[in-house]
Design a protein. Structure first.
Length: 114
């Protein structure tokens, strides 16, 4: 079964480009523009989350939800300095992200969880 990815980014162009590369690599992608919509997909249980830093925190900080994405590995795309970093099950990459960088980071996250 292909890895399912929840992609959340408020910028439609960014989402479209990222989704293109992910689908082309064989991933099943659910793309959204805001974290609130992600909770409607809670039952789908994605394997990984790819999210813009401006919306990512809402996925883990909303303690009032019955189901959260706190334990789902995530790739957070950030405008912070380019050094890649890992915090808990989240990997941070600086924008702009190249397709190869995106796919290799996702593969590493998938291997850690698999």
């Amino acid at each position: 079964m292909p890895t399912s990815i929840l992609l959340i980014d408020p910028d439609e162009i960014t989402r479209t480009v990222l989704k293109y590369h992910l689908v082309r690599a064989g991933y099943v992608v659910h793309d959204l523009d805001c974290p609130e919509a992600a909770f409607a997909l809670a039952g789908a249980g994605p394997s990984l989350v790819v999210a813009d830093e401006t919306v990512a925190a809402a996925l883990w900080l909303d303690a009032g939800r019955r189901w959260t994405y706190r334990d789902v590995p995530a790739l957070v795309l950030t405008n912070l300095p380019p050094a890649a970093r890992v915090v808990e099950s989240r990997t941070y990459l600086a924008k702009p992200v190249r397709a190869g960088q995106l796919l290799s980071s996702i593969a590493r996250l998938a291997c850690r969880e698999g």
